[in-house]
Structures are given as structure tokens and as C-alpha cells.
Design a protein around this ligand. Sequence first.
Ligand SMILES: [Zn+2]
Length: 347
Amino acid sequence: MKYVQTVLGQISPDEMGFTLPHEHIFWDLSFYCPKDLADTDDTDPRKQPIGLENLAQLKYHLTDYPDNVIQQDEDIAVKEVNWFKEAGGGTICDNGCHGLKCDPVKLKNVSMRTGVNIIRGTGAYLGQTLPPEIAALDVDKLAELSIKEIREGVGDTGIKCGFIGEIGIDVQVSERSLQSLAAAAIAQKETGASILIHQPGLKHSADVLFKTITDNGGDLNRTVMCHCDPLISDPGYIDHMAKSGAYISFDFFGLEAVLGGPLWLPTDKDRILAIKKQIELGNISKILAAHDTAYKCMLRSYGGFGYAHLQAHMLPLMLKMGYTQEMLDTITRENPKAVFSLDDSVV
Ligand SMILES: [Zn+2]
């Protein structure tokens, strides 16, 4: 029988409703902040709290402001997730695996207080974010940990994970990244859970990542290539990933900003046109959409669009731009159901 593993327990895939497959509710990205912040005092403009005076600056310096890269407040999370629910949302997948500091107990509290389904990821994010005890694990031990977190729960909380991700692949596609992915593939082989991959910016890394997955017994049809947005100028490459079996996730809706590099993220309009192109190429059953909320300035409490941006602003515009309701339901309801369903004869 198919089911979905949320932080509150099992639900039927039909109970997921409108689903955001790649978000963060609690996170800490302070490892991205400039190192020289340690040498400045409290008058440093970057050390000020988010407010109207620096909100526009943040779009070009997302990780310069420590206040922007950490969200650990449960009451703020409840308020934000309730706005998603009011817009008709059903399920949020928190990709807060090891390295991103996402407390499963807090996720459970938010789910109980809002009634929104929350699914949590397991596995390892980027190497430099990993706590020493996780970084020390070899591939087999890391795989064992993910299997345990899916079958029994995180630590002694009893709160079980429902997928593997987001697995952090760095721009060097380092050995450390590939080890994390190999462990994810082994855990997938045991549990059938999907793998969600943090792709490294503009790098065309799909073939080496796919080989690592299949070499370790994983299934490309249960694999999601997240962050396709920066790659939209090369629709053939995104088509190649989908035709290889992987899901293609456009998950920076609402984030019209610049990441280090520079990595220019596309506008929502360009993203909508890029998704349409992939539908024309026959890939609708592989497309996912989300916001990858991971900066405070993306939350409504801090002047952003929040978790309901897709529903409130994008879907109505997409209908006007030639999408059908059936297409939108496939992307936001049916495809997530397929990705996050587990089979009790395998797990
Ligand atoms: Zn993410």
C-alpha cells in the first residue's frame, strides 16, 4: 500500500493536496556569511535586523546579513505556514537534512498547530555545513543513518523522515558530495524513498550524479534535480535530465535575486516560460515547482511573498499564459504525490 510519511505519521497520498516539494521552515545558512563579519562590531550595517531600509539591498547580498540566513522562530513559522493553508495549501516538504539545522520536534509542533502536512528530509547537505559527527561517517554509515531516520525517526524523537534530501552537491562536485549522494542511493534502494538533489548553480553535473546514483543501486525515476532555474537558458540540458528519468524542479519562485558567483536567478516570467517549454518537450509528468524558502526576506513577516506565492500570484498568471488547470494540477498535486509516496512492502 502506498503512503506518505509526515512528521505526524502516515497519511494517504490523496491527502497531500497542493504541495510544495522544496521548502525550508527552520534553517541556518550562516556558513554562507562573509568571514570578515567576525572582525566588525555591532554598527556594521550587515549586522542590523531586516527592515524596510535594507530589504532591497538584501536582494543583491542575501548571505551578507546574518539576520537573513537564520529562521528558528516557531511562532513566525506557524504564522507563515497558516498563510499557505489559507491559500489552499496542503503539504510542505522541508528539505532540512543534516547541515541545515532543522529541528524535527519544531516541525512537528508547526504541523500540529497549523494542520498542514509537513514531510522532512534526511541525508547530508553540503560538506562544509555538516556537524563533525556526520562528516565523519563513511558512505555505508551515512546510508544506515538515513535508513534509520526513515524507518525509526530522527535521534530518539520517533519523528520519521519521508524522503532523502536535499543532498548537497557543491560546485566542485567534490568527492564529499558524491559520497553523500552514494549514501542517498543506498538508502533509497533499501527504502524506496525519493532523493532530492541540490544542484550546483550553473554546473552541468547531471551525468556524473546519475552515474553515482545508478552505480549504488538508486533509481533515477525516484530522483529530483532541484534548482533547475539557473539552467533555463539551456532547455536541452533540462530535457536531458527529464528524459533520463529524473524530475526537474523549478524551485526558486519569487526569488528574483543574485547569489554569489554571480548567479543570476531568472524572473518568475522567464521561469514560467521555461516550464512551458519543458511541457512542450513532453516532460510534464516530471515537473515540480516551489520557492526554496531559505532567506527570511522571502517570508511575508519580513516583506517577502511567503509560501503562498505560487498559489496566490503565479498559478492565476500561468492560466492566463496558456497553461491549463490540468497542467497546474499535475505539477503541484499529482507529481508530488508520485515523488513522496512510499510503499509499505519496501520501506
Ligand atoms: Zn533548499
